[in-house]
Design a protein around this ligand. Structure first.
Ligand SMILES: [Zn+2]
Length: 750
C-alpha cells in the first residue's frame, strides 16, 4: 500500500519542532533549490516547470501557490517564490542519502547561496532528481543553517516526483503547520490519521493532480478548521465561540463549507469541551470542539461525501479528529463513520455537547446544524391527512423539525397511530415522513397521532390531528336475468364493488316490480345471487338490486329493465267423445295446465262440440266443465277445448278429439249382450236385431230366451252425456210382441 509506505517515510520527520504558530498571512515567498548528483545528473524538468508548480507564474494550474491561496482564503501568498538550479552536488546519491536532514538542507541550499538572499524568504524547498521514493521527505520550521549562517526560516526536502500532497504536507511544515492528529492513538506515533487534513498526508483523501506521483489521488485535501484557526485564517465573525454549556440550551446555525467561504454561515462552530488527551510522548487538554463542513469539491474532491467533522482543539494547538465513537462522545451516523451527513449526530453527554446535522446542501455549500448543551428539542407537525375512506390505503404524514426552527430532522422514525392502526414513517432529508395504512376501522371520528420517541441527540415530541374515516363508496351492478315467464323461477344476481375491488359478505336484496324479492350475501368476488318466481302480470317491469350500506360502506343500488313474459299453458279436452243428441245435454270438460304439470285454476275454458260451445271456469285441479244440449247432426262432431290466455298465461287449445253423436230409437231400444259388448272392437259386427239374437249375443247372466229378437219395448234410457244413471232392470215380451220401431237413427244407442 503506497499510503502506508508513505506514512512510514513521513514517520521519520521530526527534524525540528514547529514554532508556535502566529498569523500566517501576507506574502511568504519561498526558494526552491533543484539539486542533482555527481552520479545522477539528469534534469527531469526545466526550472520553469518548478516555477509554475510553486509560484504565481503557474496560477490556477493546481500548484502549491494555488493550494495555499485557496485553503488560506488568499491570506497565505507565495507570490515572489523563485526556483534555482539545477545545481550539481559534489556528492554521489549514496553520499547524499547518508547525510542528516539538516545537512541535506544545508548542502543543497548552499549551492544557491550566491544567487539568493535567504533572509527575504519564508523558507527553502530542496528538490532532488531522485525518483521512486528514494529521496528523504521532511519539512520543518524554523531555523536552518545554510552555508554557515542560521536563517529563521522553514525548510523541506523531497524528490521531485514525490506524491504531490506529500510535497504540500511538507510545505505546510515549512509554514509552521503541525501534523493533524486523531483522538485515538496511532500506532507508535502521536500524529497522523486525520484523512481530511493535508497534514496527515500521505494517508489522506486526495484528489486529482498533474504533479508528482499518483496523479488520480495525489492532491489535497485542505486543512481542518482547527489548523486554519491556528494559522489565523478564520475571521472572528466566522467562528461561533459563544455557545455555552453551562445551562441547557440549543442553537441552530448554518455552516459554510471550508472550501466555499463565500457562502454564508460559520466556518467553525465551537462547543466548550475540556478533555485530557494522553499521547505517547505528549499530553494536552482540549478547550473546545470545532465543527466544520467539508464539501466534496475542489481540493476536497477526494473525500467520501459532504460531511460535518468533529475536531477537538488542544491547548497544544494540535487538532484532534474525533475519529471513533466512545473516545469522547458517540457518533450516531448512518454509515458508522465519523463524517456526518444529514441526519447524523454526535453526542458527548459528559461534556454536554449535542450535535445534530439537519441538512447539507452541496449547491448552497452550506449545512444546517443544531448544537445543544442538552438533548435537542424537537417539534412534530404536519400530521395528516384529515380523512380517508374505509378500506382505502392512505398515506399518513408528519414533519419532524428542531423545535423553534425550520431545521429538518432526517433519518428518524415517527410513529403514526390512528385508532388501533399504526405505521412507522422514516423522515427524509426535509424531515418529512410518510407511511401507509389500509383503513380497517369503522367510519367515524378518530385522532391521528404522530409520535417521535427520544433518541440520544433528540428529545421526544408528538402532535395529533382529527381524522375522519368515511364510509367507502360502493357500486352495485345487476348481472342477472332480465326476462322470465310468469311463475317460472329466474336467477337474480349482482356484483358489489368498491373503488379498490369486490366487497364480500354483504347482503344484497333484489326486488322484481313490487313484492317479488329475494336476498343473498356477496361472495369473495362481490357476487350475490338468489332465485325469484315472478307473481306479477306479464309486461315491462324493473329488477332492482340494493345494498343498504353499513358502518363501513355507503349504500348503493342498481336496476335494470325486466320483461315478465306469459307462462306457457296446455289445454286438453277431457270430456266425453260419445254424445247423446239432444235430451238433457252433454257435459263438456277440459283441463288447463302450466308447463304441462301444474293445474291453473280460475281460468275460463271454452268447450265446444260441433258448432255449439259453452264456457267453464277451471277449478283447483285445472278442470272446467260446462253443458250444452247438442242439436247438431248424428255422427261425427268436432270437439275442442280452448283457453284464450290472459295477462299471466299464453293461450292454448286442444282440437284433436272428435265426438260421435248418437240417439235412441223413437221408442224402446235395441240391446246387445253384455259380454258381446265387452269383447267388441270398432271392427266387430254385432247383431242387435235378429231371430237368432240369443245365439249371437253372449250375456253374463246366461243364455237369453231364444224368442228374444233384440228389441226391448220398455226400457229406462240415459238422457244425458255422460249418463246420469245406468244399469236399470227391464223386461220385455218375447218374439214380436213388443214390435220394434219401423226405423232406427243412423247413429243409434243400444
Ligand atoms: Zn509531516
Amino acid at each position: 500500500m503506497a499510503a502506508v509506505a508513505a506514512v512510514l517515510a513521513l514517520a521519520a520527520v521530526a527534524l525540528l519542532r514547529p514554532a508556535d504558530a502566529s498569523a500566517l498571512t501576507g506574502k511568504q515567498p519561498i526558494v526552491v533549490v533543484l539539486c542533482k548528483f555527481k552520479d545522477k545528473t539528469d534534469e527531469p524538468q526545466s526550472a520553469s516547470y518548478y516555477q509554475n508548480m510553486f509560484s504565481e507564474t503557474g496560477v490556477n494550474s493546481g500548484g502549491v501557490f494555488d493550494y495555499w491561496r485557496d485553503v488560506s482564503y488568499s491570506q497565505l501568498d507565495l507570490t515572489g517564490t523563485i526556483v534555482k538550479g539545477w545545481y550539481e552536488l559534489t556528492q554521489t546519491r549514496a553520499e547524499w542519502n547518508a547525510l542528516t536532514r539538516n545537512q541535506k538542507i544545508d548542502t543543497c541550499a548552499t549551492q544557491a547561496d550566491a544567487d539568493v538572499d535567504f533572509t527575504k524568504f519564508a523558507g527553502v524547498v530542496v528538490l532532488t532528481n531522485q525518483v521512486n521514493l528514494q529521496e528523504d521527505l521532511f519539512g520543518g520550521c524554523c531555523g536552518f543553517l545554510i552555508n554557515g549562517t542560521v536563517y529563521n526560516i522553514g525548510a523541506m526536502d523531497s524528490e521531485w516526483d514525490q506524491q504531490y500532497n506529500g510535497i504540500l504536507h511538507e510545505s505546510g511544515h515549512l509554514f509552521r503547520f503541525n501534523h493533524s492528529r486523531t483522538l485515538s492513538q496511532q500506532t507508535n506515533q502521536d500524529d497522523y490519521g486525520d484523512q481530511w487534513d493535508v497534514m496527515s498526508c500521505l494517508g489522506c483523501f486526495g484528489t486529482t493532480t498533474t504533479f508528482g506521483r499518483n496523479t488520480t489521488t495525489g492532491a489535497g485535501p485542505g486543512v481542518n478548521v482547527v489548523q486554519m484557526d491556528t494559522a489565523g485564517w478564520v475571521a472572528a465573525n466566522r467562528k461561533l465561540t459563544d455557545f455555552s454549556t453551562s445551562s441547557c440550551n440549543q442553537r441552530t446555525v448554518q455552516l459554510a463549507a471550508l472550501n466555499h467561504p463565500e457562502a454564508s454561515g460559520y466556518l467553525d462552530a465551537q462547543i466548550p469541551a475540556s478533555i485530557f488527551i494522553q499521547k505517547i510522548g505528549t499530553s494536552t487538554t482540549t478547550d473546545h470542539y470545532s465543527l466544520e463542513l467539508r464539501e466534496k469539491s475542489g481540493w476536497d474532491a477526494g473525500i467520501p461525501q459532504h460531511a460535518v467533522l468533529v475536531h477537538l482543539h488542544g491547548q497544544d494547538n494540535y487538532s484532534y479528529l474525533v475519529d471513533q465513537s466512545g473516545l469522547a462522545g458517540t457518533y450516531y451516523t448512518a454509515n458508522f463513520s465519523n463524517d456526518m451527513a444529514a441526519g447524523d449526530a454526535y453526542v458527548d453527554a459528559p461534556r454536554k455537547a449535542y450535535v445534530a446535522v439537519n441538512s447539507i446542501s452541496g449547491a448552497a455549500h452550506q449545512a444546517t446544524l443544531t448544537i445543544g448543551a442538552c438533548k435537542i428539542d424537537t417539534a412534530t407537525s404536519g400530521v395528516g391527512p384529515a380523512s380517508g375512506d374505509f378500506g382505502d390505503t392512505v398515506t399518513l404524514t408528519a414533519d419532524l423539525k428542531v423545535n423553534g426552527s425550520n431545521a429538518p430532522i432526517p433519518a428518524q422514525t415517527v410513529a403514526l397511530t390512528l385508532g388501533t392502526q399504526s405505521c412507522n414513517a422514516r423522515t427524509d432529508t426535509a424531515g418529512h415522513g410518510t407511511c401507509q395504512i389500509t383503513l380497517n376501522q369503522h367510519s367515524g371520528s378518530y385522532t391521528l397521532t404522530a409520535s417521535f420517541a427520544t433518541v440520544p441527540v433528540y428529545n421526544s415530541s408528538n402532535a395529533s390531528a382529527g381524522f375522519t374515516i368515511n364510509k367507502e363508496d360502493t357500486q352495485l351492478a345487476y348481472t342477472g336475468a332480465t326476462t322470465s315467464d310468469y311463475h317460472d323461477a329466474f336467477t337474480a344476481s349482482a356484483r358489489l364493488t368498491e373503488p379498490d375491488g369486490p366487497v364480500a359478505g354483504k347482503t344484497v336484496t333484489f326486488e322484481l316490480g313490487t313484492g317479488d324479492t329475494c336476498s343473498a350475501t356477496t361472495n369473495g368476488s362481490g357476487d350475490a345471487s338468489c332465485s325469484i318466481v315472478p307473481t306479477q302480470a306479464a309486461g315491462a317491469s324493473t329488477i332492482k338490486a340494493s345494498f343498504a350500506g353499513d358502518d363501513d360502506y355507503k349504500l348503493s343500488n342498481a336496476s335494470k329493465a325486466f320483461t315478465i313474459t306469459r307462462e306457457q299453458t296446455t289445454t286438453a279436452y277431457t270430456g266425453p267423445t260419445v254424445v247423446l243428441q239432444g235430451a238433457s245435454g252433454v257435459t263438456l270438460k277440459g283441463r288447463l295446465l302450466e308447463d304441462g304439470v301444474t293445474p291453473i285454476a280460475g281460468r275460463t275454458l271454452t268447450l265446444k262440440v260441433g258448432s255449439q260451445s259453452c264456457t267453464g271456469t277451471t277449478a283447483s285441479d285445472g278442470v272446467a266443465t260446462c253443458k250444452v244440449t247438442f242439436t247438431g247432426a248424428l255422427g261425427s262432431a268436432s270437439l275442442s277445448a280452448a283457453f284464450a290466455g290472459d295477462a299471466f298465461y299464453l293461450p292454448s287449445s286442444d282440437t284433436a278429439k272428435t265426438a260421435t253423436v248418437f240417439s235412441f230409437p223413437s221408442r224402446g231400444a235395441f240391446v246387445l249382450g253384455d259380454r258381446t259388448v265387452a269383447t267388441a272392437t270398432a271392427a266387430t259386427t254385432v247383431t242387435w236385431w235378429a231371430d237368432t239374437w240369443a245365439a249371437r249375443n253372449a250375456l253374463s247372466g246366461g243364455t237369453a230366451p231364444s224368442s228374444f229378437k233384440g228389441f226391448a219395448g220398455t226400457v229406462p234410457l240415459p238422457t244425458s252425456t255422460p249418463p246420469a244413471a245406468c244399469g236399470g232392470r227391464w223386461t220385455t215380451g218375447p218374439g214380436n210382441s213388443p214390435p220394434p220401431t219401423s226405423g232406427v237413427p243412423s247413429y243409434m244407442g243400444v
